[in-house]
Design a protein around this ligand. Structure first.
Ligand SMILES: [Zn+2]
Length: 330
C-alpha cells in the first residue's frame, strides 16, 4: 500500500482534512545499514491554510501522483487543504469565525471551531513525527516565487543558530529566492510564531519552510509546477529521492529579509516601475502613483538595497498602503 488516504479526526465536529501518505514498500522501509535500523526522513507538505491560496492544494495532488513510492527513501505526508471550508467559500480566513488559522497554532482542542481545527491538524502532524514541514501559500499575481524562513525566537544561542541554519539550507534546496522573515520583534507582534511553520520551528524544534507561489483564488498550473519543483529539490536534498535541486529562473542569490515595503503617500493608480526580482538600490523608484489624468503624483522609492518580491494586489492605492513586499538585502 504505497499510498494511503487518511483524515484528520475531529470526531465529526469540523471539516474533513484529508491526508495522502506516500510510503516506500514495507520491505524497503527504514532499512538496516551496518547492523542498525536507519530511520528515514518524514516530510509533511501542507497547502491552503489560507482558503483563497490554492497552489498548495494543486501541488499536493500532483506530488501524490508523481512521487514514485518504489523509489522513495522516507515518507511524504500531503495535506492538500488545511482550510477546506475557506477553499469552498473562497476566503483566506476561517469562514465562520473570520480568524486567520495561520496565526492560531498549536490551537486549542476545547476552543472555538477554528482553534479546534488547528489543534486537530497540529496533533495529526505531530503524530507523524516529521523531520520537516513545508507549507505552501500564494502571494500575488505580480511576484516572483520565494521561500520564507521563520525565526526560532523561542530558542537561544547555538540551538537557535543550528535550527535556523538547517532551515536556510533546506530553503536554498528549493531553488527559489530565500527570504528570512521579519525581525524578531515584528515577527512576534505579527504572531508569525503562531503560524504553522513558526509553531513547528519553535515548539517541535524541527525545520519548517514556507513556499509562496502564484496568484490567489485560482489553481494556476505554472505556480503548481513551481511549487512541486521546489518540493522535489528539498526531497532530493534530504535523500528521499534521486535528482538535484533546479534553480528557478527568477532566483535572486544572497541574504534577504522580508520587509513590508515602502508606503504610498498619495492616492491614485499604482504603476510598477521595476520587475519583481530585479535588484535595485536605495532610492531607486519602485513604482509611481498617477492620477487618471496622467499626472505623476508620487514616486515611491526603495528604502534600502534589494528587490521587489511582489507588488500589492491592487491597481489603486491610498496614503499609507504598502506598494510592495520588499526583499531587504542583509
Ligand atoms: Zn498565505
Amino acid at each position: 500500500m504505497p499510498r494511503v488516504v487518511s483524515r484528520v479526526d475531529q470526531g465529526g465536529r469540523g471539516p474533513d482534512v484529508p491526508v495522502i501518505t506516500v510510503l516506500p514498500p514495507p520491505e524497503r522501509r527504514n532499512p538496516v545499514v551496518g547492523g542498525a535500523r536507519v530511520r528515514e526522513p518524514v516530510v509533511i507538505v501542507t497547502g491552503n491554510v489560507h482558503g483563497d491560496e490554492c497552489t498548495g492544494a494543486g501541488a499536493c495532488l500532483q506530488l501524490a501522483e508523481e512521487l514514485d513510492s518504489a523509489l522513495l527513501r522516507g515518507e511524504v505526508h500531503l495535506y492538500p487543504s488545511l482550510n477546506p471550508d475557506g477553499l469552498e467559500r473562497r476566503t483566506r480566513r476561517h469562514p465562520d469565525e473570520d480568524v486567520d488559522l495561520n496565526r492560531l497554532f498549536p490551537g486549542d482542542a476545547s476552543g472555538s471551531a477554528a482553534e479546534r481545527l488547528v489543534a486537530a491538524v497540529w496533533k495529526d502532524i505531530g503524530g507523524r513525527r516529521p523531520d520537516l514541514v513545508i507549507d505552501i501559500h500564494a502571494d500575488a499575481p505580480n511576484a516572483i516565487p520565494y521561500v520564507l524562513t521563520d525565526r526560532a525566537t523561542s530558542l537561544r544561542g547555538a540551538a537557535r543558530t543550528a535550527l535556523e541554519a538547517s532551515c536556510q539550507r533546506l530553503a536554498r534546496s528549493t531553488g527559489l529566492t530565500v527570504l528570512q522573515d521579519y525581525p524578531d520583534e515584528q515577527y512576534t507582534r505579527y504572531r508569525m510564531d503562531r503560524s504553522l511553520t513558526g509553531a513547528v520551528l519553535n515548539r517541535m524544534q524541527i525545520p519548517a519552510i514556507t513556499i509562496e507561489a502564484g496568484p490567489r483564488l485560482v489553481l494556476d498550473r505554472a505556480a503548481v509546477e513551481v511549487a512541486v519543483q521546489a518540493v522535489r529539490g528539498v526531497l532530493s536534498a534530504l535523500g528521499l529521492r534521486d535528482g538535484a535541486a533546479v534553480d528557478h529562473a527568477s532566483r535572486v542569490d544572497g541574504a534577504f529579509r522580508r520587509d513590508s515595503g515602502p508606503r504610498a503617500s498619495a492616492a491614485g493608480l499604482l504603476v510598477a516601475a521595476v520587475s519583481p526580482g530585479a535588484l535595485v538600490g536605495r532610492g531607486d523608484v519602485l513604482a509611481e502613483v498617477r492620477s487618471l489624468g496622467g499626472v505623476v503624483l508620487e514616486r515611491v522609492r526603495a528604502s534600502g538595497d534589494g528587490f521587489v518580491v511582489s507588488f500589492a494586489e491592487r491597481a489603486h492605492v491610498v496614503s499609507g498602503v504598502p506598494v510592495c513586499t520588499f526583499g531587504f538585502a542583509l
